[in-house]
Design a protein around this ligand. Structure first.
Ligand SMILES: Cc1cc2nc3c(=O)[nH]c(=O)nc-3n(C[C@H](O)[C@H](O)[C@H](O)COP(=O)(O)OP(=O)(O)OC[C@H]3O[C@@H](n4cnc5c(N)ncnc54)[C@H](O)[C@@H]3O)c2cc1C
Length: 389
């Protein structure tokens, strides 16, 4: 098989796609603009469907070793005073060896993926980006790079994230949509006794505690920020403490006290990408956040990116696709992925809304609903996520 796929963007989607292709014998050229190629921000939670996809890439054991493996999928909901509202159990998908949840430092996820990539002969170009491409019938797709090099390929994929230049090159300016939510993340040493994922449900706020290794955890808090305020980095730590000051009981209170400098805090204004089909033109397409960035409230954006990569690698490596029309393969890929990614976006946005209710009586009804229907909601969401991709 001598097909070549050029990938713009070496994040989760692009790196996973490069692995998926090369392990099936398709040549990949991975082009990443960051010369250091090291993610800086805190951690990420990967749920069973994302872990099932990572298993297909041969990296699940490495991910389990590097990260924190939830022993039983337990998710504990607390009031701001630290009283238990309820617990929900997240399921495994894809076999007993696939845990329900793994929390992992982003840098460790990247390390495991790139170590797998290094097992293959992949052409990785760092510190460069695509400045243009030509897709003319009867000729290879020609990609011009910022260092003056040219890459000839059969397929060109943009995996360049929420602010994708490839998306703009293909479809014009499709601005990410600001959701009105802000997310605050901080990293901490993990107290030994915290071995569960915890979610505080407050008035207008939601704050999670999530282990990401044996000795580290991160907190992940959501606030409503309708006016998209600009918060200077040097104030992030004091603002995070202020915004979550109502959390007075349980382990979060002490962790919030630890936030005394901006270095270990990240604030993100949350955006979504709503790209309608097709996600391609000719032999050039987009995957991951570039196509369908989601709010992070279900922790599914990374999982969708990995699933995209696994599905697209399978489709492009299929000998029938080899003989056929690449554009038709990309068309079929979009059709196969669109509804699932939109479903995740919609559910995730709803979870964000529920977590940001600002009316006291409504939060009482919300918490009651969590007690009575929360497990059913988890079960039905993951029944969908368990479907074949
Ligand atoms: C606050 C927050 C919390 C989240 N938590 C979770 C979670 O717990 N679980 C989960 O599954 N998901 C989570 N997500 C979502 C997840 O981070 C994304 O869905 C995922 O990173 C998407 O991967 P990607 O490869 O498509 O994009 P990215 O990870 O953004 O990677 C894009 C890559 O392309 C590179 N690039 C960009 N432009 C160019 C260019 N022009 N040329 C070359 N390279 C370029 C970038 O440097 C980067 O390496 C969260 C998101 C946010 C905002």
């Amino acid at each position: 098989m001598n097909k070549t796929v050029a990938i713009i963007g070496g994040g989760i989607a692009g790196t996973a796609l490069a692995i998926g292709l090369t392990q099936k014998g398709v040549k990949a050229v991975l082009i990443e603009k960051d010369a250091d190629w090291t993610p800086t921000s805190s951690g990420i939670f990967i749920y069973a469907n994302g872990l099932r996809a990572l298993d297909r890439l041969g990296v699940l054991d490495g991910i389990k070793t590097a990260g924190w493996v939830s022993p039983d999928g337990d998710n504990l909901y607390l009031t701001p005073q630290g009283e238990t509202i309820t617990r929900t159990i997240y399921p495994s998908i894809g076999g007993a060896h696939v845990p329900p949840i793994v929390g992992i430092r982003r840098v460790d996820l990247h390390r495991v993926l790139t170590a797998r990539l290094a097992e293959f002969d992949v052409d990785v170009r760092l510190g460069v980006t695509a400045t243009g491409f030509r897709d003319e019938p009867g000729r290879p797709v020609e990609v011009s790079l910022s260092d003056g090099a040219q890459v000839s390929c059969d397929v060109l994929i943009g995996a360049d994230g929420v602010r994708s230049q490839m998306r703009t090159a293909l479809f014009g300016e499709i601005e990410p949509v600001y959701t009105g939510f802000g997310v605050w993340r901080s990293t901490h040493a993990k107290p030994k006794e915290i071995d569960v994922k915890i979610m505080y449900m407050g008035l207008g706020i939601r704050l999670g505690i999530m282990p990401i290794s044996d000795d580290e955890l991160y907190m992940f808090g959501t606030t409503r920020e309708p006016d998209k305020p600009f918060y200077p980095r040097e104030r992030w730590h004091s603002l995070m403490r202020e915004k979550f000051a109502d959390i007075a009981g349980g382990p979060a209170a002490a962790l919030l006290e630890e936030i005394t400098s901006p270095e270990r805090v990240v604030y993100t204004a949350v955006e979504e990408v709503h790209l309608q089909l097709p996600w391609h033109r000719g032999r050039v397409g987009v995957i991951g956040d570039a196509a369908h960035s989601s709010t992070p409230f279900m922790g599914q954006g990374g999982a969708m990116a990995i699933e995209d990569a696994v599905v697209l690698a399978d489709m492009l490596a299929d000998p029938l696709a080899e003989a056929g029309d690449i554009s038709a393969t990309l068309q079929a890929f979009g059709l196969r992925r669109f509804e699932r990614c939109k479903f995740v976006q919609d559910v995730s946005r709803g979870v964000g809304e529920a977590g940001a209710i600002e009316d006291h009586q409504a939060t009482i009804r919300r918490d009651e609903r969590l007690r009575t229907l929360g497990q059913g909601d988890v079960d039905s969401f993951y029944a969908r996520m368990a479907e074949a991709i």
